[in-house]
Design a protein. Structure first.
Length: 248
């Protein structure tokens, strides 16, 4: 019994801390922009689950796609409109080279080094933002997660009591830093916070906004639908300067 109370208090403290330091999104469009349809887009994290969906769907939508990847052999896609650049988000020079000449950047950056403090998401995103500002590239769409900032507690009880405090505290703290960096930038950005990700097919419909998620049940969405929503953000100003949640 004591151990359960200690764990519950620990979980409460972690979630409170993440909420306290987390980014609180305005609930209305913050900045204006010119919604010119981009032609050339850069995808970061293209070898990951969401990233592959972004590449495939972006090519289907007719974009000229560049993928910045650590290991090109993992991408397994060949297409005349696809350019693959080897690089690492932690290496500014490779990020700057990939950003050069793009109209927009999408990031589905993630990793599995959960059990010790890392800054991969925030340091990588700092490099992306710096390269975009230097290169005059304005639009940035970045995938983070429901459960960060003002969506703390909204991943459901399992995540709130167990997964986030025991497995992902460092990772979510880094996501918090990542979101603050994006929000502080002068770019035209959208932070996309999906619920738990599945590899299911694209349904083409999803719920998005500031009341997504629940305190008891975990909401889900496929990586395919996340990619679809992220690509929509290239051509719409509706969510600009905000961090909507996303679920089925
Ligand atoms: N899993 C969930 O239920 C869930 C829920 C909500 C949000 N999210 C978030 O959604 C995002 C995408 O998740 P996912 O599962 O679709 O992706 P993922 O499979 O974890 O892929 C992450 C991508 O980031 C790349 N990457 C990692 N470190 C890099 C570096 N230093 N330089 C360049 N690229 C690097 C990986 O490249 P390599 O292939 O070379 O490793 C991979 O392409 C993540 O931020 C995740 O936390 C996940």
């Amino acid at each position: 019994m004591t151990i359960i109370i200690v764990l519950a208090l620990y979980a409460l403290a972690i979630n409170l801390l993440l909420w306290w330091v987390g980014y609180k999104s305005p609930q209305a469009v913050a900045k204006g922009s010119s919604t010119r349809r981009p032609e050339r887009i850069l995808i970061i994290g293209a070898t990951g689950g969401t990233g592959r969906q972004l590449v495939e769907q972006a090519l289907n939508r007719g974009y000229q796609v560049t993928a910045l990847v650590r290991n090109p052999s993992k991408l397994c896609v060949e297409h005349p409109q696809l350019t693959v650049i080897s690089g690492d988000v932690l290496d500014y020079e490779s990020v700057a080279a990939a950003v050069l000449g793009q109209d927009a950047v999408l990031s589905a950056l993630g990793h599995k080094r959960f059990f010790y403090p890392t800054r991969i998401l925030s340091d990588g995103t700092r490099n992306i933002l710096k390269a975009m500002e230097a290169g005059g590239v304005r639009r940035f769409v970045c995938e983070t997660a429901l459960g960060t900032g003002d969506t703390a507690w909204r991943m459901g009880l399992l995540y709130t009591l167990i997964v986030i405090p025991l497995v992902l505290p460092f990772y979510f703290y880094d996501k918090t830093r990542q979101e603050h960096l994006i929000a502080k930038s002068n770019l035209d950005w959208v932070i996309v916070r999906p619920g738990a990700l599945t590899n299911g097919v694209k349904r083409g419909t999803c719920r998005h906004g500031f009341n997504i998620g629940g305190y008891i049940k975990t909401v889900r969405i496929s990586r395919a639908d996340v990619a679809d929503f992220m690509l929509d953000q290239l051509e719409s100003d509706t969510c600009l300067g905000t961090a909507p949640g996303l679920s089925w």
